[in-house]
Design a protein around this ligand. Structure first.
Ligand code: C5P
Length: 309
């Protein structure tokens, strides 16, 4: 059996909320992936776009629980369960199990996997990618088959461009098509409010609607952001290049940004990924107050508040 590589950390050691209810049952939070910036800097001949993006993983996510069973089974509950009504084998979690077994040369593990789908699907916060990445990490812990980090990275990439960055749910900078990842800056204690107007946007359609694909990369970034104001003032010099094309396809995104910007506590509001979810940054103590105020005015929207890291 391959030795556990030094760089691989157990779920408990990583920056994720973990509960071990028994030796064999694992529960983990698959955090939302928020693109604090998303610069599109070019396009590859195969059509994929080159990105420069600062990504954070707030304490808001789906709940993933896995335990040994007599067959592989995925059970989906939670407020957005009905948005994932396709065949189980098309779910990224099940694909991750099959890909992991193939890569590590073991039979597909027999597991009961419970997903509590709290994040809206196809919403620019990488819910499916985060589920798949979290499943890969859980599989390592459950099977004891720890893959080399580069093997795990390739496996994640085969499941989707955004899956590798979700393997370590810490601030990171993504370049390439999202597959070249480096450690991000130290982020301050900060609150975040995520808002989705409950509309799904197609990622390929948003990329296709871009007017320019050769935009400048992010300006030089400090290694440490001292405060939410420091972070917001840097982010104000950056962009999400998919925001404008997404708004042209889905005007509700503009209303979502206006709602966030209407709050006195919000220091910066922007769309994440290809939308439609938008985020607002504020002091950590004020995030719940912003969430409550938005809920009072926009009862039909999905709104969640939490700590940025
Ligand atoms: O790989 P993933 O399923 O996350 O990407 C969804 C779609 O988004 C791709 O099929 C592609 O059209 C577009 N995309 C892109 N450039 C990227 C990532 C995604 O054009 N870097």
């Amino acid at each position: 059996m391959r030795q556990k590589p030094k760089v691989t950390r157990t779920a408990a050691e990583r920056n994720t909320q973990v509960t071990h209810t028994s030796v064999e049952r694992r529960v983990e939070l698959a955090r939302a992936k928020v693109n604090l910036t998303l610069h599109v800097t070019g396009q590859r001949p195969d059509g994929y776009h080159l990105l420069d993006s600062l990504v954070a993983f707030p304490q808001i996510g789906d709940r993933l629980c896995a335990e040994p069973a007599d067959r592989l089974e995925l059970i989906i509950n939670g407020p957005f369960a009905r948005n994932l009504d396709g065949p189980a084998e098309e779910n990224l979690i099940v694909k991750a199990v099959a890909a992991f077994a193939k890569s590590s040369g073991i039979p597909a593990p027999k597991l009961r996997i419970d997903l509590t789908k709290r994040l809206p699907v196809a919403s620019g916060i990488g819910g499916g990618s985060s589920n798949a990445a979290t499943m890969l990490r859980l599989l390592e812990d459950i099977t004891g088959q720890y893959l080399a980090e580069d093997t795990l990275h390739e496996l994640a990439l085969s499941l989707g461009a955004d899956v590798p960055v979700c393997l370590n749910q810490e601030p990171q900078i993504m370049t390439g098509i999202g597959d070249v990842i480096r450690q991000g800056p130290q982020l301050p204690k900060c609150g975040i409010v995520l808002v989705n107007p409950k509309v799904e946007v197609s990622t390929p359609d948003v990329f296709r609607s871009m007017a320019r694909r050769d935009n400048p990369a992010m300006p030089l970034m400090p290694e440490v952001f001292e405060s939410p104001d420091h972070l917001a003032s840097y982010l104000a010099t950056c962009r999400n290049d998919l925001q404008e094309p997404a708004i042209s396809l889905c005007p509700e995104i503009d209303s979502t940004l206006s709602a966030l910007e209407g709050s006195d506590h919000i220091k910066l509001a922007r769309m994440s990924g290809s939308g439609a979810t938008c985020f607002g940054l504020c002091e950590q103590e004020e995030a719940l107050e912003v969430e409550r105020a938005l809920r009072a005015s926009f009862g039909n929207w999905w709104i969640a508040a939490g700590a940025l890291t």
